[in-house]
Design a protein around this ligand. Structure first.
Ligand code: PLP
Length: 380
């Protein structure tokens, strides 16, 4: 089945044996009757399993070319489950330009449990090997990165993981399986903040994991059930509804993203535009080889790097909404230095490029002309 058919039908056979409804029913129930102790029809308690969630988990697995999907109450709950595969003393090699919440989970929660994280630049994947020790268990890759839009070679990272018998997990939130499928490139675990593009309508917070290996799936399922950070049936239904248009939305996000990146590049007040579709992007070749297109996430800095000017621009936007998050049908703008990355000390954030005038756009699927007009009036 091709990807654009999978978004609609993947894993969705016989979702309603009772009446044949086309969409899976919302099984808004915590428990299921049993004819005799243990005598149930596949579900006994909704933390352990729910038919609506199960339909969604099959859809996730299908989209990411995996065998097993797991849905969680948020992207961070999904990441939390992955790190719980580890034990005190284990080490993780992680991308340095990382989603802030992942960094906070790793350093403020899991370092306290004795897990060590190395945050490193991975634009040269061979650098990963410099940090492998006997204690390394996991490589955590996020690509493209947030907000600097660096691209990491997943295949090269997977070769290093295989050589040293490590797990490779990829946060595929920015790219989505429409643009890149890490399991096909050798990753062991693919993770999503489904809150973003997969849901696509800014109305659900949810996380997902997909794997191929049965043993790994069983270990993660054990954690999902034992720790209990599952999503509810209503949210599972909304996510299934969102997924059906993923390919159509992504195609438009990419088209609009290209137009806006090109517009910004030609603007006299703009110093630099970060978007992997430009040939001048340092990782453009890898992006081109592992991604179908370049997406709708763009960051840019204005000339003079003035903090107040950046604030003025994001305040003046009218079609773009000033808000955290990304990946919805509506365009959003954010100012990382004062919003998502405010908790990182100025010198630290500037080392990775998050300077005062950096603005991040999540380009939606509105008419590109209106988005360009809006940027024009806001930048001035
Ligand atoms: C939003 C996000 C997360 C966290 O997901 P939540 O659903 O907000 O918990 C993780 N990684 C990336 C890249 C994100 O954008």
């Amino acid at each position: 089945m091709k990807f654009n058919t999978k978004t609609i039908h993947g894993g969705q056979h016989n979702v309603d044996p009772a009446y044949g409804s086309v969409m899976p029913p919302i099984y808004q129930t915590s428990t299921y009757s049993q004819s005799t102790p243990g005598g149930h029809k596949g579900f006994e308690y909704s933390r352990s399993g729910n038919p609506t969630r199960a339909a969604l988990e099959r859809a996730f697995a299908s989209l990411e070319s995996g065998e097993y999907g797991l849905a969680f109450g948020s992207g961070l709950a999904a990441i939390d489950a992955v790190i719980k595969l580890l034990n005190p003393g284990d080490e993780v090699i992680s991308t340095n330009d990382l989603y802030g919440g992942s960094y906070r989970l790793f350093t403020k929660i899991f370092e306290g449990f004795g897990i060590k994280f190395h945050f490193i630049g991975m634009e040269e994947a061979s650098n990963i090997e410099n940090f492998v020790t006997e204690k390394t268990k996991l490589i955590w890759v996020e690509t493209p990165t947030n907000p600097m839009m660096n691209v990491i070679d997943i295949k090269a990272a997977s070769e290093i993981a295989k050589k040293h018998n490590l797990l490779l997990a990829v946060d595929n939130t920015f790219a989505t399986p429409y643009l890149q499928r890490p399991l096909e490139l050798g990753a062991d675990i693919v993770m999503h903040s489904a809150t973003k593009y997969l849901g696509g309508h800014s109305d659900v917070v949810m996380g997902a994991l997909v794997v191929k290996d049965k043993d790994l799936a069983e270990r993660l399922y054990f954690i999902q059930n034992a720790s209990g950070a599952v999503c509810g049936p209503q949210d599972s239904f909304l996510m299934l509804r969102g997924l059906k248009t993923l390919h159509v939305r992504m195609q438009r996000h990419c088209e609009n993203g290209k137009k806006i990146a090109e517009y910004l590049l030609g603007h006299p007040k703009i110093e630099k535009v970060y978007w992997p579709g430009f040939e001048s992007h340092p990782n453009h070749k890898i992006a081109k080889s592992q991604m179908k297109d370049f997406g709708g996430m763009i960051s840019f800095v204005t000339k003079g790097n003035n903090y107040d000017e950046a604030i003025r621009i994001v305040e003046n936007l009218k079609v773009f909404t000033l808000a955290e998050s990304l990946g919805g049908v509506e365009s959003l703008a954010g100012h990382p230095a004062s919003m998502t990355h405010a908790s990182i000390p100025k010198e630290e954030r500037e080392k990775t490029g998050v300077v005062d005038s950096l603005i991040r756009l999540s380009v939606g699927i509105e008419d590109a002309d209106d988005l360009i007009e809006d940027l024009k009036q806001a930048i001035g």
